[in-house]
Unconditional design. Structure first.
Length: 250
């Protein structure tokens, strides 16, 4: 990660110390990888704080087991997931995240393989009983279906028999700072300054000032609020879901 990019827009006396931290040269805070961990934490904390358009991702989560009580199924979170936002394209769907699992009563069996020129994308799952045993296959490479045996052996990996998949929308972890929008890079820089200002300068007041710059105050517009406004400009209209209770009162 080119952490130097975090410091470029940050003109403050602390900037030099931050440079030494992210490059592993500050003796106070950079011990046993502590400085690098703070950089990662500062970045992930900002990215997971909002449903940023640039960091949104869609993937299928795979069923792993069933909880001993409560919701029906448990699904494995995507490996790059920081925060789950929506499942099954249902804003009101019930789910809970426990550790690395998504617990819910939602989920469906993968669709059956169709050899009639269907476009399959990498990351999808399909069912097939071509080998006389119904198995679920993960699609490793995109293809247009034509022959079941050839397609399954060339583009897919056999996993196991009967299990469900879950449509998951989430915010992904972004480790390459150069791909962050510049306004979000500023947010990460300010958050890193909050982490490091006290141990570097022994200055709690500086940390509070950085926190105000990042999150705002009754009299100050924080950078996070500005970043959310900028990010919202890259989305279309929003459909509001009315609860059944409110609908019944009309």
């Amino acid at each position: 990660m080119d952490t130097g990019l975090l410091i470029q827009p940050f003109h403050h006396p602390l900037g030099g110390a931050l440079q030494r931290v992210v490059h592993g040269q500050h003796p106070v805070v950079y011990q046993s990888g502590e400085g690098a961990e703070k950089v990662d934490n500062a970045r992930d904390e900002i990215i997971s704080a909002h449903k940023w358009n640039f960091a949104k991702k869609r993937a299928y989560s795979v069923q792993t087991t069933k909880p001993i009580f409560g919701l029906d199924s448990a699904f494995t979170k995507p490996t790059d997931c920081l925060k789950v936002w929506t499942i099954e394209q249902k804003p009101l769907a019930v789910f809970e995240v426990e550790g690395s699992s998504i617990l819910t009563s939602e989920g469906n069996a993968p669709p059956d393989y169709d050899d009639d020129g269907v476009d399959y994308l990498a990351g999808q799952y399909i069912l097939s009983d071509f080998t006389d045993t119904e198995l679920t296959y993960s699609v490793d490479s995109a293809f247009t279906s034509s022959d079941e045996e050839t397609d399954l052996s060339s583009y897919c990996t056999a996993l196991a028999s009967d299990f469900q998949i879950l449509e998951t929308e989430y915010v992904r972890q972004v480790t390459d700072v150069s791909t962050l929008p510049v306004w979000l890079r500023r947010c990460v820089t300010l958050n890193l300054a909050i982490y490091l200002s006290a141990p570097i300068k022994q200055n709690e007041k500086a940390a509070l000032n950085f926190q105000t710059m990042l999150y705002g105050s009754p009299k100050v517009q924080g950078m996070m609020g500005l970043a959310m406004s900028f990010d919202a400009q890259e989305a279309g209209g929003t459909k509001f879901v009315t609860s059944t209770f409110l609908a019944s009162r009309r």
